[in-house]
Design a protein around this ligand. Sequence first.
Ligand code: IMP
Ligand code: MG
Length: 180
Amino acid sequence: MEEESVSERVRVLISEEEIEKRICEMGKEISEFYQGEPVHLVSVLKGGVFFTCELAKRLSIPVSIDFMSVSSYGDGTKSSGVVKVVKDLDEAIEGKHVLVVEDIVDSGRTLSYLLDNLKSRKPQSLRLCTLLDKPERRVTDVQVDYTGFEIPDKFVVGYGLDYMQHYRNLPYIGVVELDA
Ligand code: IMP
Ligand code: MG
């Protein structure tokens, strides 16, 4: 039997230069907001890691970093809103200025769960920073404090974001196009 070949192409949506410039601006804005106070970054695995590293390098305030991994049950393409903690934080966050760093806010379900979960641990403050936001797709209200780029309702990859675990390492944000 002949195999049907399906290839994918990735079209650049946001270039590496644009992302770096924007992260620089965000780093400045965030550093100014915390006024020298230490900030504890909670990076959301796996997608948030690339953005977290770049952002951390642009912060001029004392920084500590921890990681959390959550998975949402769904039918594969849509999250159901039922979220499970796969890897919890290593350290307590009580009394700390916590900044959650995420790759993308889509329906908002994962973040809404995560923020409620973290809030119950009594941080001194809790804010959310995301590289990308797809506001059109929002189902659950989430307060986003810092957004890199608002993007249209397109499936994107790169800079930590994957398509079936591929493309996380692309240094830009791209849109996957399938040609049969
Ligand atoms: P939601 O906001 O709970 O719907 O889920 C957000 C999560 O879905 C993100 O953390 C990503 O892991 C994933 N996601 C949403 N949109 C995209 C996309 O365009 N490309 C890759 N992953 C996405
Ligand atoms: Mg994610």
